[in-house]
Design a protein around this ligand. Structure first.
Ligand code: ZN
Ligand code: ZN
Length: 396
């Protein structure tokens, strides 16, 4: 194996082009499953680097395979590529050129890092053991891209042993890396409750069946489910964000609809709550002579990093950046369908800081979101360290 400094030079040489690539993606953001231009550039760059490229997977997904010249394992790196329906506030030369669409989660950076990672490893192919698989997934923001990519066989052909990836975050300062063992991001599922009653005059509620009263009790009751049926040590958030019913103050409508989200860090708690909500909603409605139905929009399970692989990434990050730059922060309630890849294979999803050195950072998914690009080479450095160390043949 060559000295680490050789590979540092590879990173140093490419920082400028990686930042330029990120800015190009930022200037031309594309919504989930519409990442056509982005996918074309990814495929073009991977082709140029001499990888085997498959495009059009799950619509706009791209996979690049790099076969090293020594025996080793098959390790995947996953990046997500989509943008969000937001109008950017910041005025930079590379600000979004598409009104109403913006890279406000950092996926432009994820894509630029992954392409550069593939290019470096390809340039040093003679020293690369095993097979590196670069997975560019569409539609993370809909929690909808990972599943069809997995179903299309991106983990099977070639057979991937482990999978890794990173998410940039404005919650940590640039220069730092956050690797967590166990649950690191929450599950995210949506639900719709439709309560059906019988409409009538507001003066004579006894002649109608008021779906809104039933809906109100269901809403409060669902909060009790969280506190009374889930062990207190578990984290569960159940929020209703939408209620729709009625047309006028003195008309009892015949229907009320609520939409909400359920999040937790535990696979079993997720199953328990999703299963229980169905019957609970129907039973509550019956108590008020109404009927209710719950439809789930299955999102994704929690992101859980196995201890072993998280430990390996932690060690790599410390080797690359030093102890002070690496921490194990608390889990976050946001969701990411990287969880589905990590259900299928061992691996680790870690966070890389992009907060400005001074002042307050804007949150993700906000129109004022801004990336401190100093975090990009940090992410690339750790990614390269992880891929190199995991690709080498492992005893046992
Ligand atoms: Zn996001
Ligand atoms: Zn994201």
């Amino acid at each position: 194996m060559s000295a680490p400094s050789d590979w540092s030079d590879e990173i140093g040489r490419r920082v400028e082009s990686m930042v330029a690539l990120r800015r190009d993606f930022h200037r031309h953001p594309e919504l989930s499953f519409q990442e056509k231009r982005t996918a074309e550039i990814i495929a073009e760059r991977l082709h140029g680097a001499g990888l085997e490229v498959r495009a059009g997977i799950a619509g706009t997904g791209v996979v690049g395979v790099l076969r090293g010249e020594r025996p080793g394992k098959t390790i995947a790196w996953r990046a997500d590529i989509d943008a969000l329906p937001l109008t950017e506030i910041l005025d930079a030369p590379f600000s979004s050129g598409t009104p109403g669409v913006m890279h406000a989660c950092g996926h432009d950076g994820h894509t630029a890092i992954a392409i550069t990672l593939a290019e470096i490893m390809s340039a040093r192919r003679a020293e690369v053991p095993g097979t590196a698989v670069f997975i560019f997934q569409p539609a993370e923001e809909l929690l909808g891209g990972a599943k069809p990519m997995i179903e299309a066989g991106v983990l099977d052909n070639p057979r991937v042993d482990e999978i890794y990836g990173l998410h940039l975050t404005t919650q940590d300062r640039a220069g730092s890396v956050n690797v967590r063992r166990g649950p690191t991001m929450a599950s995210g599922d949506g639900f719709t409750v439709e309560v059906t009653g019988k409409g009538g005059h507001g003066a004579y509620p006894h002649l109608s069946v008021d779906p809104m009263t039933a809906a109100a009790h269901i809403l409060i009751g669902m909060q009790s489910l969280v506190t009374k049926e889930v062990a207190a040590k578990e984290t569960v958030v159940l929020s209703v964000g939408q209620i729709q019913a009625g047309t006028k103050n003195n008309i009892i409508p015949d229907k009320a609809v609520m939409r909400g989200t359920l999040r937790t860090f535990d696979f079993d708690v997720r199953e328990q709550m999703l299963g229980r909500l169905q019957s609970f909603v129907a039973d509550m409605a019956r108590a008020y002579r109404a009927e209710a139905r719950l439809d789930l929009t299955m999102g994704c399970p929690p992101v859980v990093n196995p201890d072993r692989e998280a430990g390996l990434v932690h060690r790599c990050a410390v080797e690359e950046l030093g102890e002070a730059a690496v921490k194990e922060g608390p889990p976050v309630m946001a969701s990411d369908d990287m969880s589905l890849f990590l259900r299928a294979r061992p691996g680790c999803y870690f966070r890389v800081g992009i907060a400005p050195a001074h002042g307050r950072a804007a949150p993700h998914h906000a129109p004022e979101f801004e990336m401190n690009e100093d975090g990009l080479p940090i992410g690339l450095r750790v990614a390269l360290g992880v891929m190199r160390s995991r690709l080498a043949p492992q005893p046992g």
